[in-house]
Design a protein around this ligand. Sequence first.
Ligand code: SAH
Length: 386
Amino acid sequence: MSIAPTTRHATRRPNLKDYSRSGLRARFRDRGWPAYRADQVSSWLYGHDVREFETMTNLPAAMRSALADEFDLEALEVETRQRSVDGTQKLLLRARDEARVEAVLIPESGRQTLCVSTQVGCPLTCSFCATGALGFTRNLSCGEIVDQVLLARRLLEPGETLTNVVFMGMGEPLLNLVQVSEAIRILTDPKGLALAPRRITVSTAGVLPQIGPLLEVAPVHLAVSLHATTDAVRDVLVPLNRRYPLEALIATLRSEPNVHRRRPVFFEYTLMEGVNDSPEDAARLPRLLEGIPSKVNVIPMNSHPDAPYRPPRPEVVDRFTAILHRAALRVTLRRDRGRDIDAACGQLANRSAGREAGRSAGRSPGREAGAPPVGGAGRPAADERG
Ligand code: SAH
């Protein structure tokens, strides 16, 4: 699709959703408008889901037209929407510069969880993740992160509300902390999307210097993509481990004041056949996590064409989780959601139906081992979402 020159000019304007309310107030004050006008605009954007300035009827007409000249309102558009047999919906979203990202809406009894992306692609090149294979294009802006939530909210049925947001889509949130923090401020602002911080989970592969600053923004849940119990294995699966090895990761989490019993760390452990699924791995895990209030989510690998790994056989998954249970670790086994539309963990690679030839249908993971019904595109376990 070609962009008209005027539209291209428009893409250089700041987007109103790029600012949390205090940022917007400051911006309005600089512009000579009273700060309460920023609160009114927030309430239109997030409370009333307005996508045109003309609808903001309690603003003076001159201000509406000045806003329309100086700011953008729309950061993303829905390009395609796919629905899984299990009700999971995946949105392929197009930014103003034609970049694409995905967001996944996962329904379950009493909850609607949205998994959002934070970058276009990802620089981390984890060897088992489809997003890693895409390479990295750019960070998403705060407005682009928040727009995923606003667009997904429109897919809900009357009477449903979005209850949880997980930063587990494409990208590494802690490599885009400025925009992610501003988005969290909007998500948790009572005049914004008004989500309780405990309803938000941010997942990281372990960008250690940014963990403390993230947890200072708001008391959100932290998830850590662990996947291995030795540096030798983790160096291969999560190359970031060469920079921040396990010992440093564990030391950071042990000394993090915002990690405690009421806000444990959720460790994600993707099980791959013959790689990290041995009884020795299982026995090492509780020792490794000693002293860190934790919950472990075991996720059998979701196969995809870009990775050589497979999920272990069901009995191997059971053996692994049984060892963790015996060590009194809090463990959940994550069930896949949205696998048929490539919306499960690590499958987000902008592979919408019809956009990519030769797409693999994916393999079926191990069966459940008495775990709660959880899982999906970075979908956290039920108790992980507060
Ligand atoms: N970059 C962040 C956010 C992505 S979250 C992070 O690494 O935490 C997506 C989660 O899905 C991560 O835990 C990731 O390791 C996991 N994942 C990636 N590929 C997967 C796959 N093929 N099967 C199962 N889980 C996968």
